[in-house]
Design a protein around this ligand. Structure first.
Ligand code: ZN
Length: 219
C-alpha cells in the first residue's frame, strides 16, 4: 500500500469531489437538500470494513454507527441515540449489525487478551463467549474466533430488537427489519447469518435457528 501522508487526504478529497461533480452534475446540491437513507449499518470500527464501499452505497444512502466489535450495549446512549435518530427521524427500513472475521476485539475477548481501557468494552463480548461456552467448546479451536464473531452479531441484533426504540417502533407498526451479517476480510464477502427480525414475537425463534446455524457452519 502507498505511504499516504496527512496532507494527501485533502488532495484526495478535492479530486474525489471534482470527479463526483463531473460524473453526476448537481450531486452535492441534491445531498444538501435531503438525507433519506433506507439503511442503518452498525459495524466495527476496523479500518478494513467500510460500510459504503462494501455495499456499493453512496453518500446519503446508509446511516452508520461503528464501535469496537460492533457492540450494542443497553445503556450506551451513543449507539441508542444513533438507532433512535435512524428509526424515528430518518425512518430507515433496515438495520444491519455487521461483524467481521479476524476482529481484533472479538479475538481479544476469546483469548482473555488484555488491551487496556477497552477491556471493559470487550467484556461484553466475553459475556457472549461465556453464554455460549458449550457451543464454542464443541468447535475446533482455530474456528472459535469466527464462531464468536457470528454469536456476537446475533446477540447484538437481540440487543437492538429489545431496545426501547425498537419496542416502541414495532408497537406503532413501523416497518423496520434488523439483520445480522458477517464480513470476510479475507474474501470481501458479506455472509447473512439469518438473524433477520421484523417483529418482537419473532426474536426468540429466529434467535434459536441462527444459533443452530452457527453450530452447523463452524463445526
Ligand atoms: Zn473488529
Amino acid at each position: 500500500m502507498p505511504d499516504i501522508q496527512i496532507h494527501d487526504l485533502f488532495a484526495h478529497n478535492r479530486a474525489w469531489a471534482a470527479q463526483m461533480e463531473r460524473d453526476r452534475p448537481g450531486f452535492f446540491t441534491s445531498l444538501v437538500k435531503q438525507q433519506t437513507p433506507k439503511f442503518m449499518w452498525i459495524g466495527c470500527s476496523d479500518s478494513r470494513v467500510p460500510a459504503n464501499q462494501i455495499t456499493g452505497l453512496e453518500p446519503g444512502e446508509v446511516f452508520v454507527h461503528r464501535n469496537v466489535a460492533n457492540v450494542v450495549v443497553h445503556s450506551d446512549l451513543n449507539a441508542l441515540s444513533a438507532i433512535q435518530f435512524a428509526v424515528d427521524m430518518l425512518k430507515v427500513e433496515h438495520i444491519m449489525v455487521v461483524g467481521h472475521y479476524r476482529c481484533g476485539g472479538v479475538l481479544a475477548a476469546l483469548n482473555n487478551q488484555r488491551v487496556g481501557l477497552a477491556d471493559n468494552w470487550i467484556r461484553h463480548i466475553q459475556d457472549v463467549r461465556d453464554r455460549h461456552r458449550g457451543i464454542l467448546e464443541n468447535i475446533a479451536p482455530e474456528k472459535r474466533g469466527d464462531a464468536l464473531v457470528d454469536l456476537n452479531v446475533i446477540e447484538q441484533v437481540v440487543n437492538v430488537c429489545v431496545s426501547t426504540v425498537m419496542t416502541d417502533a414495532w408497537a406503532k407498526g413501523q416497518n423496520v427489519t434488523i439483520h445480522g451479517w458477517a464480513f470476510g476480510v479475507h474474501d470481501g464477502l458479506l455472509q447473512d447469518l439469518h438473524m433477520t427480525v421484523s417483529s418482537h414475537d419473532s426474536i426468540e425463534p429466529v434467535y434459536r435457528a441462527a444459533i443452530e446455524g452457527v453450530m452447523a457452519t463452524h463445526s
